[in-house]
Design a binder for this molecule. Sequence first.
Ligand code: R5P
Length: 294
Amino acid sequence: MIVTSCGNSLPIAKAIAKALKAKFSPLTISSFPDGDLYMKYNTDVKKHTVIIVHSLQPNPDTSLFDITCAAYTAKDLGAKKVILVAPYLSYMRQDKRFNPGECISSRIMAKMLNPCIDHLITIDPHLHRYKSLRDIFTMKTSCLTANSLIAQYIKKHFNHPVIIGPDWESYQWAEEIAKEVGTQVTVLEKTRFSSRHVTSKMIHPVLLKDREVIIIDDILSTGHTICEGAKNAYAAGAHRVGAVVVHGLFVEDAIHKLKKAHVNDMISTNTIEHPTNRIDVTPLLVEELKRLRI
Ligand code: R5P
């Protein structure tokens, strides 16, 4: 068994290799002078199972092409099986044509990976209009969740906070985590005007006066959704607001906006490497790989 990566998720890749007593051999990746990709395996993968560990963020487009090349090359070189461990799977939010003429990129991403990957393992993919990974992927899939790890973290570090899902899409995570923490939960109604403009309002008010609030979302991208959530919570009397997200993309000046909105504790899992990472998802991935007896 050989564990490799195209450059993202290196700490998780190394930890998986160690836990599975497998060889860790990262790919050599560079560019030709004209920008074309150069890629090379540095170990013999013939008759081995190759596990590519690589989050599709940062650089989602490059990541998708790198993973596709790495998977096809492993097969060309005689690998027995190619497993993709993608702690974060990009493109899942574009799950319908929102405006005429748009590309449904989640479907294209799946079409690129379906022929060259035997098994995909991912964590909390953005399943909203798709009910399961089966809706777009034909290979075997394992859809894991960090909910329990997040609930344990909240129990250990916060004092019985109220949980808020900042929109209906996030409510599936907020509700599960609140149940495991044993605390109150509510959801906000979000209106999205563009990628960088959202508003939200509380439709099922709960008593937030002087309470600590934790906003839970699967993805934080520009931070606007969490900032709107914080605004609502403070307006309802909360004395402190924090946020926990599975996938922290933190694009543009997200961190600055969150500070300005007084989001005091900003926590993410390490599905995407970021200074806010406090929750390690490696045990989930190792457990699944062991369960699959790859
Ligand atoms: C969308 O439905 C997701 O669950 C997140 O709420 C969204 O991606 C967050 O984006 P942003 O941080 O840019 O508001």
